[in-house]
Design a protein around this ligand. Structure first.
Ligand code: PLP
Length: 344
């Protein structure tokens, strides 16, 4: 296979345009779309395109760990805005109050990594309308938009703008990584006004040249093929979410906001341990459970837990956490065929 066009093969860009029309009710041209090596590269190239040194980008916390780093890497200043702990959903007035003359963009992710929170339509609408009226870019990282529970649908940011694809300030990022469980295929995309896509294309062409043609063909297959697998995966994730919540409820002192989507949750362990990095290391060492410290997501005192394994993995993982942290739980546990006694 030879080099491919740097913005993506025309047929994959067309498949993404069709996906955008079907899922966002928005007719866009192929020139409104760029394909990159995962949503991560798309986001980086987009921030490199939009952000000048000293520009501010507002990011509601908890946020995906890479956002502040990427913003800094392009010379920008991440401005994080806290959300109420009970919901992890930011208040529109708090986000808008963080806007200054240097604000270039608001960047959010809903359903959210790390909390699983889904931002309500009113919030998305308020932010979209504000950004459109003030000429501030709204970057909607939508990569979990199909991983939503209870038969709900994630609010569509493009539904709240009256502007056409060339004059809108709303940019949607998406990928095959989460929707189709194709993380290693590294195919993501942005839907944005043509001049933005053209600059992103220059960056891509000067850095990675193009995406893998093989992987673009696979992504096209996923987008055009049968879609039942997505719903099956969501059903399995929802069962796992329920299992995780049930198991977490057995650990005294742990509180968690019920995730509405994704395959993460962000329980608050601060009543037991305040330092999330220390807790994460403790659980790895003592209980052989991998967690991610909430501190990295702007949520100290919390741990991000994933429930995308089997239901058995989920219940065993949380049972081990309980054994490690709850003095009221049985002193002994079986891990990997061995009996281990708690001696702390
Ligand atoms: N955005 C968010 C919120 C994510 O959680 C991730 C991956 O974990 C990405 C973007 C990156 O996606 P991709 O694997 O398509 O690069």
């Amino acid at each position: 296979m030879k080099y491919t066009p740097s913005a993506g093969t025309p047929s994959l860009r067309k498949a993404v345009a069709d996906y955008t029309e079907q899922n966002y009710g928005r007719k866009v041209a192929v020139e409104n779309i760029i394909i990159s090596s995962g949503a991560k590269q798309t986001l980086y190239n987009l921030l490199f395109t939009l952000v000048n040194p000293g520009d501010e980008v507002i990011v509601p916390a908890p946020y995906w760990v890479s956002y502040p780093e990427m913003i800094r890497m392009v010379g920008g200043i991440p401005v994080t805005v806290d959300s109420p702990e009970e919901t992890h959903i930011p208040r529109a007035e708090d986000l808008l109050a963080a806007v200054t003359p240097r604000t270039k963009a608001i960047l959010f992710n809903s359903p959210n990594n790390p909390s699983g929170a889904m931002y309500p339509a009113e919030l998305v609408e308020a932010v979209v309308r504000f950004c459109e009226s003030r000429g501030i870019w709204l970057i909607a990282d939508d990569i979990y938009h199909k991983l939503v529970f209870g038969g709900a649908t994630a609010p569509n940011p493009l539904a709240f703008t009256d502007k056409d694809p060339e004059s809108t300030r709303v940019i949607v990022i998406n990928a095959v990584s989460k929707i189709y469980g194709m993380t290693g295929f590294r195919i993501g995309w942005a839907v944005a006004p043509k001049p933005i896509i053209a600059v992103m294309n220059n960056i891509q062409s000067a850095t990675t040249s193009c995406n893998s043609g093989v992987l673009m063909a696979a992504a096209e297959g996923a987008l055009k093929g049968p879609q039942e697998g997505v719903q099956e995966m969501v059903t399995a994730l929802e069962t796992n979410r329920n299992t995780m919540l049930m198991e977490l409820a057995k650990i005294p002192g742990v509180r968690v906001a019920k995730p509405q989507g994704t395959f993460y949750c962000l329980p608050d362990f601060s009543a037991l341990r305040k330092d999330s990095l220390a807790l994460c290391n403790f659980l790895l060492e003592k209980a052989f459970v991998v967690t991610v410290p909430g501190k990295e997501f702007g949520a100290e005192g919390h741990l991000r837990l994933s429930y995308c394994g089997t239901a058995q993995d989920v219940s065993e993982g949380v049972a081990r956490i309980r054994w490690a942290l709850d003095p009221g739980s049985p002193k002994e546990i079986r891990i990997g065929g061995k009996t281990i006694a708690r001696d702390w």
